[in-house]
Design a binder for this molecule. Sequence first.
Ligand code: NVA
Length: 311
Amino acid sequence: MTRHFLRDDDLSPAEQRTVLELALAFRDDRYIRTPLTGPRAVAVIFDKPTLRTQVSFCTGIAELGGFPLVVDGNLAQIGTRESIPDTARVLGRQVAAVVWRTHEQSRIEEMARHAGVPVVNALTDDFHPCQVLADLATVALHRGGVAGLAGRTFAYLGDGANNMGHSYALGGATAGLHVRIGCPADYAPDPTILADARRVAATTGGSVTVVHDRDEAVAGADVVATDTWVSMGQEDEAGLRETPFVPFRLDEDALALAAPDALVLHCLPAYRGKEITAAVIDGAQSVVWDEAEFRLHAQKALLSFLLEGRR
Ligand code: NVA
């Protein structure tokens, strides 16, 4: 059966643990597994800007023995020049997997229905599940391994309705975390996704709560994360997306309320002085560079899992 990774709960809790263990193993030895030896091409398509995602997928695919084929979404014009199902069928006849950064979640779901090869979400408007795998692996690295994740409190400040808010809820619940989302009332997670996350949390011993007070969100937390207030595609709303978010800034006062050794995460790009202060992101508790590095290891682990499972 062709497996996809379109949203965080496409991996069961046990499968997520397997992928995270493999991510940590790849960090120790970048060539422990080379499932793409052939070599086999993987299409990596971008309809939105990228730095980390392009570099980490391309590096990772090459290290797995494959060939990363970057497709510029502006040239391909998927869904405009050629329908998504037709594009999916063409790609599926040629590449081992499709990695896609695009807009609506429905676009990547349609790709997955027709590709016949694994499709991986490299960020949509609704989810960024590869980033959350990297975040979880980073916390595991610093806090006693994958087995040490469940039961920890993970606070996320900022836009609860964006891809990171949703993926932290769903991926964090899968890992058995107590996820606290601190966001303005008008930027709360999608209720359907929240309900899905809570259903998963009920099976893992985790929980997902949404609060509209920064201090309540971060109190005693083991990990504190934030993200830009203006996601890709929301540039026109930049003026609106300032005032409501200022009370949710991750600054020194907020961090002081978390556990004394709390880890600080940011998926990057970061806007110092907006969602996070320089003192926090550049401070001793920040592990954002490990987090960025884990994009590579986590995505290699994910691709290995998806591709080896097909054999
Ligand atoms: N929420 C951000 C994440 C960037 C990695 C965005 O979609 O732009």
